[in-house]
Design a binder for this molecule. Structure first.
Ligand code: SF4
Length: 494
């Protein structure tokens, strides 16, 4: 039984990072690779802080884990040193805990009861425990391929190999369906491959899991754009069901700031994709921050990915801009009371390495040279408010204009939904006003037998939501094909 006083005996501790200078000299993961024995003991102590609450807010609900991860159960198993059972309980709800353990911002920790008060010393380090269980599972061979002993005789096409598509594919393959994943890129993984930088998750972590899926029987076809290389007619005639997991990669652009069309002003993904390709050995990136003054517009995850990438490429300077004021560094219970997601300053490891952040500012103009290349930005202090109709307005708060050098500007201001693709036209699917693909309560689109999940349905979101939706759509497809399903369905379509 968990120790209800464990959090009073042990402080929360974070995993140690490699020195910043060393991190900037390579693309490897940020965290120090400590000996397994030391890691296991440190994590066991962290798991001991869990009280095994009667109502574990970390586990599910509007504020906790979208996957319904059995957090108190595996915390207790780790506390007792039973890593094999912990692995079993973790994989019961999460296909890819090694991804979420590295990439998820951990809404479970924001929802942990120990987040209520600073006196409690901070939430249980759930994400750290999760990653350790996942890593131990691979080290000790606790996650062998799971081969299905039944065959439904049904064929399923999954379009897109990001986390939602892979989760759906694994669940459906294990349920006995013949699953083929189509990926238009040359390599598998979607955003996990070409969006997430190596320093957040090394690609060998992804490749290891892909090898498991292959051994289980999932088939993969790369370099195939469904709707073009495989026509919609072929798709429909060859497969009994189709899962669209095509992501929401249409980047939001800045169409109003003067100078946007200057050379050197790019969407964030135009920087991240070639940088990740370079790490895969595809040659120098088309957009390289080396020696440049880099300005990143947008204060979110994607902006932080550009930040760390530009620093590693050898930028002369890196500056990240956010229109919103700097949030408090700890939970402000008046503004975002527990257990809702806290409105706090998110500092990523990349921010500790180099560069600078500015808050409550907006670019008024991109200034170019005689060759039409951006060289400066003009900045103004601003506040964000809503007008009478509820629309967001950015209002200058100062007459003063700050001029800063900028040779490379990266727009990391969000995503507007699914990219335009012939497949959607061929299937007769229309996008919602949010740019996503709508579906019914059974995850089925307007096109019978065609399902949608992940960012393509939800809009750009967290890897944990993608996996949760992939698992849920697998349940719906299994039900569609066989009339019933034992597969879990952690979320319902919004
Ligand atoms: Fe443990 Fe926190 Fe979950 Fe309670 S809310 S069971 S203390 S992780």
């Amino acid at each position: 039984m968990a120790d209800p006083y464990g959090f009073l005996k042990h402080s929360r501790s974070e995993p140690k990072k490699r020195p910043a200078a060393e991190r900037l000299s390579d693309w490897n993961e940020v965290y120090l690779d400590v000996p397994a024995e030391q890691r296991d003991e440190e994590v066991r102590v962290q798991a001991t802080r869990c009280m095994d609450c009667g109502v574990p807010f970390c586990h599910s609900g509007s504020a906790g884990c979208p996957l319904g991860n059995l957090i108190p159960e595996w915390n207790d198993l780790v506390r007792r040193g039973d890593w094999e059972s912990a692995s079993d309980r973790l994989h019961a709800t999460n296909n890819f805990p090694e991804f979420t353990g590295r990439l998820c911002p951990a809404p479970c920790e924001a929802a942990c009861v120990l987040s209520i008060s600073h006196d409690a010393g901070g939430p249980v380090a759930i994400k750290r425990v999760e990653q350790a269980i996942a890593d131990v599972s691979w080290e000790q061979g606790l996650v062998p391929p799971v081969q299905s002993h039944v065959s439904s005789g049904k064929k399923v096409a999954v379009v897109g190999s990001g986390p939602a598509g892979l989760a759906a594919a694994q669940q459906l393959t294990r349920a006995g369906h013949e699953v083929t994943v189509f990926e238009r890129d040359d390599r598998l993984g979607g955003l996990l491959r070409y969006g997430i930088p190596e320093f957040k998750m090394e690609k060998k972590v992804l490749d290891r899991r892909l090898a498991q899926l292959r051994k289980e029987g999932t088939r993969f076809v790369t370099g195939c754009e469904v709707g073009v290389d495989l026509t919609v007619e072929e798709l429909r005639s060859k497969f009994d069901a189709v899962v669209l997991a095509v992501g929401a990669l249409r980047g939001r652009d800045d169409t109003t700031t003067p100078g946007r069309s200057l050379k050197g002003v790019h969407l964030a993904m135009e920087h991240l994709v070639p940088a990740n390709r370079a790490c895969e050995g595809d040659g120098p990136p088309a957009i390289d921050a080396a020696g440049k003054h880099v300005v990143i517009i947008g204060g979110g995850d994607t902006g932080a990915d550009c930040y760390g990438t530009a620093s590693r490429q050898g930028a002369a300077s890196v500056l990240q801009l956010d229109q919103y004021p700097m949030p408090p560094s700890t939970r402000d219970n008046d503004r975002s009371p527990w257990p809702v997601w806290p409105w706090i300053l998110r500092t990523y490891p990349a921010h500790e390495e180099a560069g600078e952040r500015k808050f409550a500012v907006a670019v008024e103009k991109f200034v170019g040279d005689e060759d039409g290349h951006v060289r400066q930005i003009q900045l103004r202090k601003v506040r964000v408010e809503k007008d009478a109709s509820g629309r967001r307005q950015v209002v200058p708060t100062s007459e003063e204009v700050e001029v800063l050098p900028a040779d490379l500007v990266l727009l990391a201001i969000g995503f507007e939904g699914v990219e335009h693709m012939p497949l959607l036209d061929g299937l007769g699917l229309r996008l919602t006003p949010r740019g996503t693909i709508s579906c019914g309560s059974d995850w089925q689109t307007q096109s019978p037998g065609v399902f949608v999940c992940g960012d393509a349905h939800r809009g750009a979101s967290l890897v944990v939501w993608a996996i949760a939706e992939g698992r849920s759509v697998a349940n719906a497809v299994d039900r569609f094909l066989t009339g019933s399903s034992d597969l879990p369905s952690p979320v319902i379509p919004t």
